[in-house]
Design a protein around this ligand. Structure first.
Ligand code: 9UX
Length: 72
């Protein structure tokens, strides 16, 4: 089954920032979709919980260099 997570992502200042976050999330196993909105500081992720979890996704965003918090 599929799950949905929403993260607050702070520190993105341009669309290339959002692109690098999206790319990093999509490289993880078990990701169905990732949409990063630089204007609203949000990342929405659809994923398969048997392959990846919210904390791994959150840490991946932080590894790119942005502060990420799970909000939903
Ligand atoms: Mo360009 Mo966005 O260096 O940080 S990718 S501002």
């Amino acid at each position: 089954s599929e799950a949905k997570a929403m993260f607050s992502v702070m520190g993105m200042t341009c669309s290339a920032c959002a692109g690098s976050v999206e790319k990093a999330i999509k490289r993880l196993p078990g990701i169905r979709e990732a949409v990063v909105d630089v204007l609203n500081n949000r990342a929405q992720v659809l994923y398969f919980p048997s392959f990846v979890n919210e904390e791994t996704i959150r840490e991946t965003i932080e590894d790119v260099g942005f502060q990420a918090t799970l909000i939903q």
